[in-house]
Design a protein around this ligand. Structure first.
Ligand SMILES: Cc1ncc(COP(=O)(O)O)c(C=O)c1O
Length: 376
């Protein structure tokens, strides 16, 4: 059987990984500054992560949400502690798109309205509602198109208010920091503005922290850098399981639950919760969130000095680098000659860095040296 050919693949077969290092089937070592697309938070094959999952596997891997699953409560307690969002409620699912879909559903249930607002450059996933708010017409199938969904210009508070005034809008969704869009950090004024507008027009504010959450930016969630933002709903996935599929939404206390309102077969299974707990425990014990700020600031300062780099954006270890040339050939040289993986973004000239949070400075420095050589 042939695989459905939807991914342009690099000619590399990765067979082993540890921390920020990868090895291919020829034994060649690589440096992972892409984190498998922001997924690897605590480092590949972290010993505590491996141990926790193995121990859980020996007990029970899965049972459905029809029975008590105490590890879900243990996970929720640890998440509250690290995120400092003690009053929020947790619903567990399996991926980022599913998290956003459930967040949208909650906003729509609560307001009894059908419409949503997102912003240019947004990526919210590929499921029906999430993809209709994603700014990429190529991945929106005719069955996904929604009249009530509005993708507005980035940072445009005036356009936001006009649509809120004229249409039946259940919610505004925005990434903590736009990832696929090229590491665009929303200004405090914009985030505070849409938060106030959502309140004024009785719409819900959904923070998509699928990529920017879980400590990557130096706060547990990226929006926590901005004063006064308490989203109604927060979606998360990627870094949550360090590669084990797990997603979730945080639901503010105003929302009341009802049996059957949300549901999933696999969400919150024992194995996923063990993986998720291991991630939170390592983030805490190894102080990886504050380390993301320290390493990220130092890296950004050095990157800004490299001739050929025209802009450096981001927070913590979620970094976008604009070049004075197309990024594609530079990224290819980084892999082929220097054995360093990086990420792309919507902008042709942008390189995206999303390394494991336990990366070491000397590893980041080897990227600086390689980039300088390539751009010289
Ligand atoms: C901000 C954001 N939201 C949602 C998603 C979708 O997540 P998933 O691929 O797990 O469905 C992504 C994936 O890249 C993302 O970056």
């Amino acid at each position: 059987m042939k695989l459905f050919d939807v991914y342009p693949l690099m000619p590399v077969t990765i067979t082993k990984a540890a921390g920020a290092k990868l090895w291919d089937d020829q034994g060649q070592e690589y440096l992972d500054l892409y984190g498998g697309h922001a997924v690897i938070s605590i480092g590949h094959t972290h010993p505590h992560f491996v141990k926790r999952i193995k121990e859980q596997l020996d007990q029970i891997a899965f049972y459905s949400n029809s029975v008590q699953i105490p590890i879900q409560k243990e996970f929720a307690a640890k998440l509250a502690e690290l995120s400092c969002l003690h009053e929020y409620q947790l619903f567990l699912c399996n991926s980022g798109a599913e998290a956003n879909e459930n967040a949208m559903k909650m906003a729509s249930f609560a307001t009894n309205k059908p419409g949503f607002i997102s912003y240019s450059g947004a990526f919210h996933g590929r499921t029906s509602g999430a993809v209709a708010l994603t700014d990429n017409p190529k991945i929106i199938a005719p069955c996904n198109a929604r009249e009530d969904f509005h993708i507005l210009p980035w940072e445009d508070l005036k356009a936001t208010e006009e649509i809120l005034k004229e249409r039946n809008i259940a919610g505004i969704i925005i990434e903590g920091i736009q990832g696929v869009g090229g590491i665009q950090v929303p200004s405090s004024v914009f985030l505070q503005g849409i938060s106030a507008l959502a309140k004024k027009y009785e719409a819900k504010l959904i923070l998509d922290e699928v990529q920017s959450g879980y400590g990557r930016t130096g706060r547990f969630f990226a929006h926590q850098w901005v004063e006064g933002i308490m989203p109604d709903l927060i979606s998360m996935a990627k870094g949550m399981g360090n590669g084990f599929p797990i997603g979730g939404i945080l639901i503010s206390p105003q929302f009341k639950s009802a049996y059957g309102m949300l549901g999933t077969t696999f969400g919150g299974n024992h194995l996923a919760c063990a993986a998720g707990l291991a991630v939170l425990e390592v983030l805490e014990s190894e102080k990886l969130i504050s380390q993301a700020t320290d390493l990220g600031s130092r890296l950004m300062d050095e990157l800004k000095e490299i001739p050929g780099v025209t802009d450096v954006r981001g927070l913590g270890l979620m970094i976008g680098i604009d070049l004075d040339r197309e990024a594609g050939p530079v990224r290819t040289e980084l892999v082929q000659k220097y054995h360093i993986f990086t990420g792309s973004a919507a902008g042709k000239n942008t390189i995206r860095l999303l390394p494991p949070l336990n990366i070491e400075w000397n590893q980041l420095n080897s990227f600086i040296v390689a980039l300088k050589e390539i751009l010289s």
